[in-house]
Write a protein that binds this ligand. Structure first.
Ligand SMILES: Nc1ncnc2c1ncn2[C@@H]1O[C@H](COP(=O)(O)OP(=O)(O)O)[C@@H](O)[C@H]1O
Ligand SMILES: [Mg+2]
Length: 497
């Protein structure tokens, strides 16, 4: 065209830039899996071969496959215009994923695809691109790789094979990834895929990693045992429009921590733990894009652990939600902010109420009373004096109690009593009570006194009464009890027994 100079970007620097757009291994793998789902695959099998740090990643699907022209187009950077309207349910967007995700893992991306029984192949090798600073694409996949590929059974399907894994496993460096770290990485990918595809993994879609079938992890705990499920509060489903397109919001208030056994509790906490899993879960075409995030509207705090809010939007709204190339982040459209903020605020309050021991009417119908919280200290409702007690239902404490013998349990409980009575808050409260007389002594305090005396006597059975009383008076908890009262209690309730 007149007045212009046709300028082609130099290949090597562009490739380097594309390699650095910030994929994590799991988001890169998911982007490639998205393509298989878009191709209506019902089986997607991933294989990670360690190869002492110089192995390969293979993603095989039984989807619709590509013919030669389609594959050529697919391997082109920017193969589709992001402004193009996408099919309903389609997960792709920028026409970049296959390449950018692939290159973020390794330097060589080979694809072999079958359509109507005919195989096509292409291979990008960034070593070649860098050497010539040109977009040279191999028509064929190297022999050495072809030999390793499994068959594509049936009429159609695709295999993406990535090696020269300089990014994924530091292949080619002097310190390739150690076996432990490598498998830890695969575990993270496994857990991530079980989360982001949990709505899609069903009878119509199976995904395996090294022959292990992914199970899908539901952040709203709808696949937990009935005793837990029946305690989930499903908030009112709400729909509104952003730029004319529908957004659906489904809030969930999860059962209080005291409802789970320790295995269930940690499972329900998810891959990143309870605190990191509170917040919005944004789904695009049933594929989770962002999770456990208040999206800048609120801060995370443990008392909001029980709230997970599902938000669904369609791929037609990509622009409004500013989906990024990696499909791992979005930002809330202005139009949706107010709605999401008020829904978030409402449910956060419910979580806070449950966590802080109160009852609350949720979504107009159910009334839930919580027993115990994640707090370590709680106000003792049975005491008139505003005393603080340790939360005996705390999951960590319960876990410990379940694993120790009776004698240790006794000692631990005694110790907890001491902590309770010795807490500065409670000592302060006690100053207001004049408890010199035995009769007016708080029963709990008296029991504690008896227990401690027994412990002390167990350790030293010959301890004279005077010495015992003096030892007891050293406990700050018993400071307010007079010497005479102390003696009386010991004589009556300890030595007399
Ligand atoms: N596994 C696959 N099966 C069939 N077609 C595929 C597969 N992977 C990629 N393609 C084709 O390649 C195109 C480019 O993929 P990609 O670079 O990920 O961009 P996008 O998914 O945004 O379109 C896809 O739109 C699709 O037509
Ligand atoms: Mg894609």
């Amino acid at each position: 065209m007149d007045g212009t100079i046709h300028t082609q970007p130099a290949a090597a620097p562009v490739i380097q830039a594309l390699r650095n757009i910030g994929y994590k291994s799991q988001t890169a793998i998911a982007d490639i899996v998205d393509n298989s789902i878009d191709a209506h695959a019902s089986a997607i099998d991933l294989k990670f071969e360690y190869g002492d740090g110089d192995g390969y990643i293979l993603i095989k699907d039984n989807g619709s496959g590509m013919d030669n022209d389609e594959l050529q187009k697919a391997m082109t950077i920017g193969s589709k215009d992001p402004r193009e309207e996408r099919d309903k349910n389609e997960l792709g967007r920028f026409g970049m994923g296959l390449k950018t995700a692939g290159f973020s893992l390794g330097k060589r991306v080979s694809v072999i695809s079958k359509k109507n029984g005919i195989l096509s192949e292409r291979c990008w090798d960034l070593d070649l691109v860098s050497k010539h600073n040109k977009w040279y694409l191999f028509k064929n996949v190297p022999e050495g790789i072809l030999r390793k590929l499994p068959n594509i059974e049936g009429d159609s399907g695709t295999i993406v094979y990535i090696d020269k894994l300089d990014r994924f496993s530091k292949a080619g460096s002097s310190t390739p990834l150690k076996k432990n770290s490598y498998f830890a990485k695969i575990k993270r990918i496994h857990d991530y895929l079980e989360l982001v595809y949990h709505l899609l993994l069903n009878d119509n879609l199976t995904i395996t990693i090294n022959n292990n079938k992914l199970m899908g992890w539901d952040p709203f705990l709808l696949d937990m045992p009935e005793v837990i499920r029946e305690k989930i509060i499903e908030g009112e489903k709400q729909a509104f429009r952003v730029n004319g397109k529908r957004v659906i919001v489904r809030p969930y208030v999860l059962p209080h921590p005291s409802n789970y056994n320790s295995t269930e509790f940690s499972l329900a906490g998810g891959i990143r733990g309870w605190r990191e899993h509170q917040g919005f879960y944004i789904y695009r075409e049933n594929r989770l894009v962002t999770f456990g995030d208040w999206l800048g509207l609120f801060k995370k705090e443990s008392i909001y652990d029980l709230i997970r809010i599902r938000v669904d939007f369609l791929n037609a709204s990509d622009d409004d939600w500013k989906i990024d190339i990696k499909k791992s982040s979005i930002s809330i459209p202005e139009e949706a902010k107010e709605n999401l903020e008020s829904i978030g605020r409402f449910y956060r309050q419910i979580s806070q109420d449950i966590m802080l021991y109160r009852t609350k009417r949720a979504s107009g119908s159910q009334t839930k009373r919580a027993i115990g919280t994640l707090n370590t200290w709680e106000l003792d409702n049975d005491s008139n004096h505003g005393k603080y007690v340790l939360n005996r239902l705390h999951p960590i404490l319960n876990e410990i109690l379940a694993n120790i013998d009776d004698e240790t349990t006794k000692q631990l409980k005694l110790y907890l009593n001491l902590i309770e009575l010795g807490s500065p808050m409670n000592l302060f409260e006690m100053e207001h009570l004049i408890q010199c007389e035995e009769e007016s002594l708080d029963l709990k305090l008296k029991n504690l006194l008896v227990l401690i005396s027994e412990e002390l006597l167990k350790k030293n059975p010959d301890m004279p009464l005077d010495e015992l009383v003096e030892s007891l008076m050293l406990f700050p908890q018993f400071e307010t009890i007079g010497r005479i009262a102390l003696e009386q209690i010991i004589l009556k309730d300890v030595i007399n027994d």
